[in-house]
Design a protein around this ligand. Structure first.
Ligand code: SF4
Ligand code: SF4
Length: 188
């Protein structure tokens, strides 16, 4: 009988201790010590400190970016990709037509009609960035922060939003520059 009442007493006291902790937190609630409503709310991006000069650090792993106006459609990046998540298509423009030059003064001969990177498949190996003759595909931030600020926080509700489409060519432009009704599309 004594044990019976002791168990009841112990149940009530441990319950009260637990509730005391809960209500103590409730009364001392402050912004910052509760769960963040991610992704609507996000922590500020911490200062990057890797212990040496960022400008020389060339293996930063963030979101890939393509300066599409500098791309010549050579496919070297997509061939280097081990998971095949870069899709490029292009058309040849008519001879004599000028579609401009890149920042490195390379004359462009192909119109890149599709340049998609599926970041859900990307393993951030960085291998695509090295062979690019125009330095126009790169990880954001690090030594490229002058071209594009770092971007590693791009969560979304829709998986398809993680396919980044860089080509800005519209079909009318393609028809005008190629003079082809049936376009010869190349790519990988
Ligand atoms: S970082 Fe690696 S996996 Fe991602 S696109 Fe470039 S080569 Fe492919
Ligand atoms: S390697 Fe560079 S220039 Fe060649 S297709 Fe890729 S991004 Fe464009």
């Amino acid at each position: 009988m004594k044990r019976y009442f002791y168990n009841i007493w112990e149940t009530i006291t441990t319950l009260m201790i637990g509730l005391g902790v809960t209500f103590g937190h409730l009364l001392r609630i402050r912004k910052g010590n509760v769960t963040l409503q991610y992704p609507e709310e996000r922590w500020p991006q911490p200062q990057r400190e890797i212990g040496f000069n960022l400008d020389r650090y060339n293996v930063i792993r963030s979101r890939l970016h393509v300066d599409i106006d500098d791309c010549i459609g050579c496919l070297q990046c997509s061939r280097a990709c081990p998971v095949d998540c870069i899709k490029i298509e292009f058309v040849k423009v008519d001879k004599g037509l000028d579609i401009g030059t890149t920042s490195n003064d390379t004359k462009k001969r192909l119109l890149v009609t599709r340049f998609d990177i599926d970041m859900t498949e990307c393993c951030f190996c960085n291998l695509c960035t090295y062979p690019c003759p125009e330095d126009c595909i790169y990880m954001t931030g690090g030594p490229n922060s002058r071209k594009h600020p770092i971007d590693y926080e791009y969560s979304t509700y829709d998986r398809s939003d993680l396919i980044f489409r860089f080509s800005n060519v519209d079909p009318d432009q393609v028809a005008r520059l190629t003079g082809q009704n049936e376009l010869k599309v190349g790519g990988k």
